[in-house]
Ligand binder design. Structure first.
Ligand code: SF4
Length: 282
């Protein structure tokens, strides 16, 4: 893609690319996302996040001390108006190994979900099933998704507000059947940086509203809330993200994570230990 040749913009682009590379490399290292010999299936939707993820992973691959391969996969869900030529043209021009997987999940969703009801739940399940199945077919050892730091935070609040759970979106996840390892290499990257990078790279973005679904309204409300907070209190979303990396089970109220009933025993043990130390050393 064409990049500006103006020196100031070039410097800004290089700085941003370096930042995204650093944060992605950090997340990969922290969560042991990529290992020697891995074949990473990079899921490409045609949105800014997945284009950026592919670019940064290719970038890191070139200088990584280990060998791993990347294969881009786009799932064409047969939504009306899906511009089928965009991704193949882009990937061919970039010299990326890729597959376009065609599954008409759109018709299934339309048939099964009553008019007016939200379609995203079923659509996502079908998409996940198709991608997991295809990963097996091509022998991919990891499945990379383009979710970023802000997606993770939004999911945290969605789960708290609507699901009654303190749970976000993990940077690395083993599927329920134990067969697939999902990684999110952009877990530490901010959406606004990805957006800026994507604009500078002039990626051929495919709109994500082709299905006509309105569902993600709740997510949009949370997104607006977080952006407003970050404007009013700069750095708040950074702190929020740090908080999910510093969980203190003894200061929450989940009895399966922390044994509150054992506290009495702990108290007695501490008294005994203190007495022992006191008698021994004083
Ligand atoms: S917005 Fe459309 S394509 Fe995306 S998950 Fe929902 S139904 Fe599927």
């Amino acid at each position: 893609m064409e990049l500006s040749t103006k020196p100031k913009e070039k410097i800004e682009f290089n700085k941003l690319q370096k930042k995204l590379r650093r944060l992605t490399g950090q997340a990969i290292a922290d969560f042991n996302m990529i290992e020697e010999g891995d074949k990473i299936m990079v899921c490409l939707s045609g949105g800014k996040d997945s284009y950026t993820m592919l670019e940064i992973l290719r970038n890191l691959q070139a200088s990584a001390p280990i060998n791993f391969s990347l294969v881009a996969v786009n799932l064409d869900q047969k939504q009306p108006g899906f511009p089928e030529h965009i991704l193949p043209n882009y990937l061919e021009a970039e010299g990326v190994d890729f597959h376009i997987l065609e599954r008409d999940t759109y018709s299934i969703v339309k048939e099964l979900v009553p008019e007016g009801k939200t379609t995203c739940g079923l659509c996502s399940r079908l998409r996940r099933g198709s991608l997991y199945g295809f990963a097996d077919q091509i022998g991919a050892t990891k499945i990379a998704l383009g979710h970023h730091r802000d997606d993770i935070l939004e999911t945290l609040f969605l789960n708290m507000f609507f699901g009654g759970k303190l749970k976000a979106m993990p940077p690395k996840l083993l599927s329920d059947d134990g067969k697939h390892m999902v990684i999110r290499p952009l877990a530490y990257c901010k959406e606004k940086d990805i957006e800026k990078f994507s604009k500078m790279k002039e990626y051929p973005i495919i709109p994500c509203n082709l299905c006509g679904s309105q569902e993600n309204l709740q997510r949009q409300v949370i997104k607006d809330m977080l952006q407003k907070w970050d404007l009013e209190y700069p750095g708040r979303t950074d702190t929020l993200f740090t908080s999910i990396q510093n969980v203190v089970p003894s200061h929450l109220a989940d009895t399966s994570l922390f044994s509150f009933t054992e506290l009495e025993k702990k108290k007695t043990n501490l008294i005994v230990l203190t007495l022992f130390l006191y008698r021994t050393y004083l």
